[in-house]
Design a protein around this ligand. Structure first.
Ligand code: CMC
Length: 469
């Protein structure tokens, strides 16, 4: 991706980085390099607060200062100078790639965009009636099926006719609406080159890349199917970010839209031991495989306290409707002890650096669009109200989800697809951290402190009273 064409965007990112540095400080922390003596001696709060689950070189979050680093590189520099593909390499291999290494990775991602068999199988389900995250999770299971014969549940005996989802004889239960001629061609032979009896691995770097490409293709296809259109063929000439917009909307993005999508992908790619990463790692630690693990990550990401918050933010901003309504709306929300979506974070007790980048990008994209710029104005007013109150009292600031919804909707992505977009990016962090953890794997197995009774005596059901004692 040529950043020369989008210098304005680079300048906005660098300005956000400068503000972040001015408001925090650049002093190095001894913490990140301190070695850990196992077992760790620390106080663990509810929700595993304070617990250290593993050692990692992938990324570092300093919640007090508002820092985010991937492999030692600060997020503002990565957004200003790098690309999502380069960041994937950094997360997966622990260093920035050479030109050849980057070209090889890009070629693999392009190759793995061809997921015909998976899409064909997915279209046997009523995708438009499903939650997009449910469809995405299903899609990753289907990707596994179409890629590998590794089957822990059993095996398919030889010489038995197996019904394949790719067979033309199977009618599609969900006929796509609105389009007479399918844009998508389903080639007869499997794109994954699966040969009968040949086992393809379900872990390893190639699986990571397969999933990074596959989740983007699946999300775009889910969006199309939900709108009644057939999925589009990927364009091998486009970057990961541009191809996603193209496959989702049918429109090739401008250089600025491509760049902003790319930055949102970089910003969401990894974030320490967040709930979805942890969920994916827990599953991987049982020596289940990458596809099942990523499916768990998707399930965890779906919740409104995690990746589902950005969709809620847009709903909230629309409900508030105007800048004048912000004050009374916020006063009522506070009185009801309502959580304000897009604010607060378990780790950040400072302004989230990702929100610092997304805010000016939301402003930039919404300029000239009356509805979008009015949403942005509401967001800014709400931000100042929250910072002046909850910010002072509880160190609550905007998080990554606060401005991302405005950015996505300016790029033509509907709100119910926002969380899948989070997954399109976070799959890089999930897979990278799983790869790293599996090198010294130990099954995750925390304990609960038992606080129940010890001396209960079994009473036969006929003698149990309905009355509570
Ligand atoms: N609005 C109002 N009060 C809040 C908020 C908020 N958004 N977030 C936290 N608080 C208060 C909370 O009520 C509690 O107050 P008190 O101590 O008086 O009971 C205190 O701050 C600590 O909150 P918590 O819920 O115990 O904090 P947590 O670390 O368990 O939860 C959180 C973190 C992100 C789940 C929470 O801040 C929240 O629910 N935020 C809204 C949802 C959201 O925006 N989620 C996206 C998170 S960032 C992206 C991602 O992870 O996917």
């Amino acid at each position: 991706m040529n950043h020369n064409k989008t210098k304005k965007i680079t300048d906005l990112v660098l300005k956000a980085g400068k503000t972040a540095l001015a408001e925090t400080n650049t002093k190095r922390e001894p913490e990140p390099t301190k070695s850990i003596n196992w077992p760790v001696d620390c106080v663990v709060g509810p929700g595993l607060e304070g617990a250290i689950a593993c050692e990692s070189k992938i990324g570092y979050v300093n919640g007090a200062k508002g820092w985010l680093l991937y492999g030692g590189y600060n997020i503002f520099d990565l957004c200003a100078y790098s690309s999502f593909e380069e960041v994937c390499y950094l997360l997966l291999y622990g260093k920035l790639p050479t030109t050849i290494q980057l070209a090889l990775l890009k070629n693999k991602l392009i190759k793995y965009r061809n997921n015909h068999q998976t899409l064909r199988a997915l279209m046997n389900f009523s995708v438009q009636e499903m939650n997009p995250m449910a469809a995405l999770r299903l899609g990753t299971n289907l990707m596994r099926n179409t890629t590998t014969d590794v089957n822990l549940e059993g095996y398919v005996p030889e010489n038995v006719e197996v019904i394949s989802a790719d067979e033309d004889s199977i009618p599609m239960e969900t006929q796509p609406l609105g389009q007479e001629h399918a844009i998508y061609e389903f080639p007869g032979e499997s794109d994954s080159k699966k040969v009968k009896g040949q086992v393809h691995p379900t872990t390893g770097i190639d699986c990571c890349l397969h999933l990074i490409s596959g989740i983007a293709v699946l999300s775009a296809a889910i969006l199309r199917l939900r709108n009644g259109y057939m999925p589009l063929e990927p364009d091998p000439e486009l970057s990961h970010a541009a191809n996603f917009i193209y496959m989702a909307t049918g429109r090739r993005p401008s250089p600025e839209e491509e760049r902003i999508m790319d930055i949102t992908l970089i910003l969401h790619a990894d974030h320490g031991m967040n709930a979805s990463t942890f969920a994916a790692m827990v599953v991987a630690s049982t020596l289940s495989d990458m596809y099942y693990s990523v499916g768990s990550g998707i399930a965890a990401l779906n919740g409104p306290l995690h990746g589902g918050a950005n969709e809620q933010v847009l709903k909230m901003l629309k409900e508030i409707d105007s800048v004048e309504n912000v004050k009374p709306w916020f006063a009522k929300a506070r009185a009801n002890k309502q959580k304000i979506m897009g604010f607060g974070h378990r780790v950040y007790k400072a302004y989230d650096p990702r929100a610092r980048v997304l805010a000016p990008l939301a402003k930039y994209l919404s300029k000239g669009n009356r509805k979008k710029s009015s949403l942005f104005a509401v967001a800014q007013e709400l931000e100042s109200q929250v910072i002046a109150t909850l910010g002072v009292e509880k160190r609550i600031f905007p998080n990554v989800d606060f401005y991302s919804g405005i950015v996505y909707s300016c790029l033509g992505i509907p709100p119910d697809m926002f969380t899948t977009l989070f997954a399109v990016s976070r799959v890089a962090g999930w897979t990278a951290r799983i790869q790293e953890y599996l090198r010294n794997n130990r099954i995750f197995r925390p304990r609960a402190r038992y606080i129940g009774p010890f001396d209960m005596h079994y009473v036969p059901i006929a003698r149990r009273s309905a009355k509570k004692k």
